[in-house]
Ligand binder design. Structure first.
Ligand code: C2E
Ligand code: MG
Ligand code: MG
Ligand code: MG
Length: 296
């Protein structure tokens, strides 16, 4: 009996592995084509000052316009691309694209703002990562102060020494480092202390912002306030992600967090639409409530 169970287990394992491998393979080849056929597109979401509603920065977010499936969101292909060498090609493309775009907006006389891109943990293992960034600055003539990178807490946990060394090189070039989705990873408030001097700004995860107006518990607001206070104490700036309501924004302002990224001001929009926002410079917060349920 034991032998039979063993055999079945082996078969199940083998079958599921094949499906996974197959999915990975077909998605990888589709993505490879997407790069060649220009099916990847960058959307931009503004970061806004809560007091005067001025756009003070933006985040570039990737979209895949798939010929059969329509718009594919990054959560559905970036993690898979991350298992292959394609992630590195995609992120190189994004980096160059964002720098070219930002420089051309500046050359056209639009307000100069920093734009951040998301960097996957795998990218830190590329030996040519820093060199590639230097080359892009040379090619596009964009000043490094207008380029920022967002990393996840998981990036800091794996291969810590290499990652810290790379981040320090980037900082010496004048690039600001943002810690994305803060509070969702494994690291604690204590380990944020170790990031002093490396992380310039933390992005409080959307799940905390959602709690601000949906939980009766005093504690949930207190946690958010504590994160903000600690970041400030460590000389880090703070941006709140996923802000959808005026109520959430007001609570955050009360906690001295004045930089907002969320649907309250704008969803991520295509480059041409973002340029229009940038020309206006200011965005009025949405007056009516349009809330999204948090995915758990
Ligand atoms: P992220 O970097 O934390 O990006 C913020 C996500 O929250 C975006 O989802 C954005 O559309 C969404 N968001 C912003 N404000 C609100 C709001 O008020 N309400 C709600 N419900 N959502 C809001 P998106 O664009 O689907 O990206 C998801 C994740 O995919 C990103 O999370 C990031 O981790 C990853 N990603 C996106 N683009 C790239 C990329 O170019 N490279 C890498 N490595 N990852 C990327
Ligand atoms: Mg991000
Ligand atoms: Mg985030
Ligand atoms: Mg995220």
């Amino acid at each position: 009996k034991a032998k039979k169970l063993g055999k079945n287990t082996y078969q199940i394992f083998n079958a599921s592995m094949n499906t996974e491998t197959f999915k990975l393979f077909s998605l990888e080849s589709d993505l490879r084509k997407a790069l060649e056929l220009n099916q990847l597109e960058l959307y931009y979401q503004p970061r806004v000052n809560a007091t005067h509603h001025q756009i003070i920065g933006a985040e570039a977010l990737i979209r895949w316009n798939h010929p059969d499936w329509g718009e594919v969101l990054p959560d559905d292909f970036i993690p898979i691309a991350g298992k292959t060498s394609l992630i590195s090609q995609i992120e190189k493309w994004i980096m160059k694209q964002v720098c070219l775009q930002n420089k051309s907006w500046q050359d056209a006389g639009l307000p100069a703002i920093p734009i951040s891109i998301n960097i996957s943990p795998q990218r830190f293992m590329d030996k040519d990562f820093v060199m590639n960034i230097k080359n892009v600055f040379e090619l596009t003539k964009l000043e490094p102060e207008y380029f920022q990178i967002e990393i996840l807490e998981t990036s800091l946990l794996e291969n810590e020494n290499i990652v810290i060394r790379v981040l320090q090189e980037l900082k010496e070039m004048g690039i600001r480092i943002l810690l994305d989705d803060f509070g969702t990873g494994y690291s604690s408030l204590l380990s944020l202390r170790q990031c002093k001097g490396i992380i310039d700004e933390i992005k409080i995860d959307r799940s905390f912002i959602y709690e601000l107006s949906h939980s009766d518990e005093e504690n949930s607001n207190f946690i958010t306030k504590t994160i903000i206070d600690l970041a400030h104490h460590l000389q880090m700036d703070v941006v709140a992600e996923g802000v959808e309501t005026i109520e959430q924004q007001e609570i955050l302002q009360g906690f001295k967090c004045n930089t907002i990224q969320g649907y309250l001001y704008s969803e991520p929009v295509p480059a041409s639409e973002f340029a229009e926002l940038l020309i206006k410079g200011k965005i009025e917060p949405a007056s009516e409530k349009k809330e999204t349920k948090i995915k758990t």
